[in-house]
Design a protein around this ligand. Structure first.
Ligand code: HEC
Ligand code: HEC
Length: 187
């Protein structure tokens, strides 16, 4: 099975879960998300923002899908794959909702330069100011180091849990990716 077909199927599975969960009562997930703050931060600022993304205020569907992808292996990371597998499937959607409802932490990076070339392409999906929206995540304010690592991972096929992002990243030069990551980090 091709990776793209695989991710399409996973996307369909995710949609089914989304529909099923919509009518369910929100579980009491507070105790289940205690562990997350050890790395993602008790106030929304991660312990090491260079490697650990901000999840407070990230888009709901995106958080849910990443947890699902880490569980299935569609996205791999030595830390998060293990953590996601300890969660229960029915809790993933409430966890997405829980963190999405929190406030994105105050801006850390210095103010910005003019938008680099090809930035407008990103806003088609990542929305104005790269603040995210279904199904694309917020990029604004994630660290430069985290952003460039994920952008390069899409470009070199080590992150393959989306059908569009690898081609979009391959179409940019390394320098263009760096300029965009630096810009997004400062938004
Ligand atoms: C031991 C540290 C640690 C703990 C605990 C932890 N995470 Fe993570 N998390 C990470 C790291 C590191 C990454 C980046 C992984 C990668 O590069 O794929 C990450 C990535 C994520 C992402 C992807 C975000 C994005 O922008 O792509 C989500 C969602 C997430 N974690 C949710 C959670 C939740 C929910 C919990 C608690 C149930 C949790 N994490 C606990 C370290 C941790
Ligand atoms: C066709 C829509 C689309 C376009 C255009 C697009 N993206 Fe994305 N991007 C997505 C989606 C959807 C995801 C979430 C993928 C997943 O499920 O893991 C994503 C994920 C990402 C991530 C991972 C974020 C994280 O928290 O790990 C980065 C970084 C990113 N995109 C950067 C960019 C940049 C930079 C551009 C412009 C050059 C761009 N994208 C253009 C749809 C798009």
């Amino acid at each position: 099975m091709s990776k793209h077909l695989f991710s399409t199927i996973l996307g369909a599975v995710a949609t089914v879960f989304a529909v099923n969960a919509a009518s369910a009562q929100p579980a009491d997930i507070e105790p289940k998300v205690q562990v997350c703050s050890a790395c993602h931060g008790a106030n929304g600022m991660p312990l090491d923002p260079k490697t650990m993304p901000i999840i407070w205020g990230q888009t709901e569907y995106y958080i849910f899908k990443q947890l699902l992808d880490y569980r299935t292996g569609a996205r791999e990371n030595p830390i998060m794959s293990g953590i996601a597998k300890t969660l229960q499937q029915q809790d993933l959607r409430p966890i997405g909702k829980y963190f999405a409802a929190k406030t994105w932490p105050a801006k850390q990076a210095a103010a910005n330069n003019p938008a680099p070339p090809k930035m407008e392409n990103c806003m088609i999906c990542h929305q104005a100011h790269l603040e995210g929206g279904q199904p694309a995540p917020r990029l604004a304010g994630l660290s430069y180091e985290y952003l460039i690592a994920q952008m390069n991972a899409f470009a070199n096929d080590t992150r393959t849990n989306n059908g569009d992002m690898p081609a979009i990243m391959k179409a940019l030069s390394a320098g263009e990716r760096e300029a965009i990551a630096r810009y997004a980090a400062g938004l």
